[in-house]
Each structure stands twice: as C-alpha cells, then as structure tokens.
Write a protein that binds this ligand. Structure first.
Ligand SMILES: [Zn+2]
Length: 446
C-alpha cells in the first residue's frame, strides 16, 4: 500500500505543478482526483498521520473565513497544518490538501488539519476519515437548485454526525437549525453564541428558516434576532430551546474593526461586519476546546488580511475599495448592514452571476433588503454580472436608481475616476476571483 501511496503523491504533485506552470491553472482538484484514483485509501492513510486534531468546517456562510482563521491561528503557533486554503471544498479538494502537503516519501508531517467542506460533500468525505471536530457555522437558504431545500442539508448533517459519534460538534447556538441537529445527535456539543441583543435591526424580509421547532413542529418564539434566523429562541410547545452557550461574545463593538469579549478574554480583530463575530467565536471555541497553544492569537486577528476577496480592502489612487462575497440573502443582507455601518458617502457596485456554482435560480434577489440602501448615504449604484438586469429590476422595484455596466473592470475604473473615493464591491461566487483580479490589475496601473 505504501508504494501505491507514494506513486499517488508523486502523480498529484506533478499534476498540480504542470497545471500551474504549463497551463496557468489551479490544479488542486485534478491533483486530488488523480491521487484518489491511484490510491483510493490515500485520504484515510494520510488523515491517520495527523498528530493532533482534524477540524471540518461546514455551514452555508462563513466557512472559508472560519477555516482560514483557524489555520492561521494554528500556524502562528508553529504547528504544521493541512488546509484547503483555496476553497476547493469538495472531496477532491480535501484529498488534494492532504496529498500536496505530504512529502515525496508519501508521508505526512502535520499537527492539525483544517478543512472546509461543502455541505453536500460532507457525506463523501466522511467515509475516508472521522474529523475530531465539526464546526458548523449556520444553515441559511442558499442555491436552492443546487442543494435542494434546507431539510436536505439538515439530513446530510444528521447522517454525518451519526457515522462519526466521537466527533465533537462546535455549533452556533443561536442557529436553531444546526443546534437542534447537533443536540439530537448524541455527539458532544460545544455551543457558542451571543446572549444579548446587539443590533437594533428591524426584522428582515429574508426568509427565517428557524421558524418551527424541528422536534415537535410548533412555532419557535424568539426573544430577538441577531440577523436572519440567528437569535434567542425557544419552542412554544416542547422544551427545545437555545442551548446555554459555552462561549459567549459580549460587549460587542462593530466598526472599522471588531471588538468583543469572551469571558475575560478581550478580542480585537481586523475584521469587518457583525457576522464575523460568529466566525471568530467559532475559531476561539475550537482552539480552546482542543487545547492548542494560543500565544499569538491576538496578533493573528489584528493582522488579518484575507487576500481572498472576503471583506478584502484595497486602496487605489486615494479610493478605498472593499470587496466582499455576497452569495445568498443572509450574506447579502449582512453586507448591506456592513455598508450602512459606514456613514460616509460611498459608491456601490453589485455583481451577480448565475453559473452552476452560483445557483441558476436568482429568485433569491427578491429576499434581499435592498430598500435599506435608501438611507445609506450612497452616491451611486452600478450593477454588473450576468444577472445585471435582474439586479436593476429588483432595485427599480424599491425606487433605487442604478447604472448597468456589463464590464466589471470598466465599472470599477469609472468609479475610481468619477466616484466619491469610497467604493464597495459586492459580488456572488463565480465573479469573485475575476473581479479581485480586475482590482489588482487597476492597482498595478496606478
Ligand atoms: Zn418543540
């Protein structure tokens, strides 16, 4: 078996190198596919060589940020970490992360593994190894045509927890859906959340998934919502309610950075957007639970620069640009909240595609609270992407004028030349990297 593994590792590494250097394409997925083809047990064998813990990060929003932050925190302590940084979060991507981290001798020298796994891929990954921890961020309505309804995802999670009974579940206690699944699983559960109401937001139009108790079907009653379905809930008929959280974020201040406390630990993070409190809290809960060193945790959070288009800042010729992913109603509404947090004048570019990875059904645009933008001190809105006319129509319905521009680079350049020096670019999944590249290109020209 060892020889087979060595051949698989060599083949994968060469595939990846050839893809990058000859075809200028990222070859991660291919590398994983080839390795598994040559040696089907390679993922099991390599995962077994991880010295400490394997983390699997799942959920609709926040996977990449949570996983990359966790990995950065562990690496800052000098640990060797296997991680699918590139966001290749299906089986082949996970396999590639291990295989490409292995040595040419076919062995892996790693202390931890941090893996973000696409919800639908959890059931394909789990037969290969059992993670020590599953971190679930949330379950929101997302890409209906690709994933099916939220119950289908919930069932996937239930099955995954069932086949890995020793896996501890670090769960967002404010999400009734994932909490219920975790609590019913019988696995050890480590809930995190926010006990007190923080934002004085109105109730969103966006669909709240956690309306009914999954145990008995009766309506859930909420003391408050943080956003979307996240909040403090209890069933009106049975005893299901928000679990007491082990890690609670308090004294939250959202601004140019995030400040909050967890117990007597003060956290200051160079992250924007309220929702990132949850992502950081999940990482903190995971690190505390697994007993890893955290000597450099504060520095990691302060110097955070995602470099992957998630709340990534740029500055070109005096214009501040913030690029962020917004791929479903919950994410989009959180982005709008972050835009509104900034009281200064701003330009906004929205870009939505409808490729397979985005979901071809864009009816979700109607669940976004665009009318909030009316009070947002917004100088201009430009819409782009394959579904630019759907965006324009959606905005027309709330009487918000916009400019339609097919070419995203032109749209950005125009705002650099004629805008108010404060630009937000919100895009869904498939345009993200190309738009980031366009910004980098414009950065290089100045
Ligand atoms: Zn109930």
């Amino acid at each position: 078996m060892k020889l087979r593994r060595i051949i698989a590792v060599w083949a994968a590494k060469l595939t990846e190198k050839i893809s990058v250097h000859v075809f200028h394409k990222q070859g991660v997925t291919w590398a994983g596919k080839i390795a598994l083809k040559i040696c089907p047990s390679i993922l099991t064998e390599l995962a077994a060589q991880v010295k400490h813990d394997i983390f699997m990060v799942c959920g609709t929003n926040g996977k990449t940020t949570t996983n990359n932050t966790l990995c950065a925190a562990l690496e800052a302590e000098g640990y060797r970490v296997v991680c699918n940084h590139t966001g290749s979060n299906m089986l082949n991507g996970v396999a590639a992360a291990f295989v490409l981290a292995a040595g040419w001798n076919g062995n892996l020298n790693a202390d931890y593994a941090c893996l973000e796994v696409d919800e639908a891929s959890t059931r394909r990954v789990i037969p290969h190894f059992s993670p020590d921890y599953m971190i679930t961020t949330n379950l929101f309505r997302d890409q209906l045509d690709r994933y099916g309804d939220i119950d289908a995802i919930a069932n996937l999670f239930i099955n995954v927890m069932k086949v890995a009974p020793d896996m501890k579940i670090v769960v967002n206690g404010d999400d009734a859906l994932t909490s219920y699944i975790a609590l019913e699983s019988g696995n050890e559960v480590i809930p995190y959340g926010i006990n007190e109401k923080v934002l004085d937001g109105k109730d969103s139009k966006e669909m709240h998934e956690g309306r009914f108790c999954r145990r008995c079907g009766a309506p859930l009653e909420y003391k408050f919502h943080h956003y979307s379905q996240l909040g403090n809930y209890a069933c009106t008929a049975c005893d299901f309610k928000r679990p007491e959280v082990k890690f609670n974020a308090s004294d939250i201040v959202v601004g140019d950075d995030l400040k909050f406390s967890v117990g007597d630990k003060k956290i200051v993070a160079n992250y924007k957007g309220f929702y990132n409190v949850y992502n950081i809290l999940a990482v903190y809960a995971a690190l505390k639970s697994c007993g890893a060193k955290m000597d450099h945790f504060d520095e990691v959070l302060l110097s955070y620069n995602p470099g992957n288009g998630r709340m990534e800042s740029f500055e070109i010729d005096g214009t501040k640009i913030l690029l962020n992913l917004a791929k479903n109603p919950a994410g989009f509404n959180q982005n709008i909240a972050a835009v509104l947090q900034d009281k200064t004048e701003k330009d906004l570019i929205l870009q939505v595609n409808d490729r397979e990875q985005d979901g071809i059904d864009v009816s979700w645009l109607w669940d976004i609270d665009f009318d909030d933008l009316k009070d947002g001190n917004i100088k201009s809105i430009t819409v782009s992407g394959m579904r630019r006319y759907d965006l324009a129509l959606r905005l027309k319905y709330v009487d918000i004028p916009c400019v339609v521009e097919d070419d995203i680079e032109k749209a950005i350049k125009d705002r650099l030349d004629n805008g108010c020096k404060n630009l937000y670019v919100l895009v869904n999944f498939t345009p993200l990297m190309a738009t980031r590249a366009a910004i980098k290109k414009l950065e290089g020209q100045k």
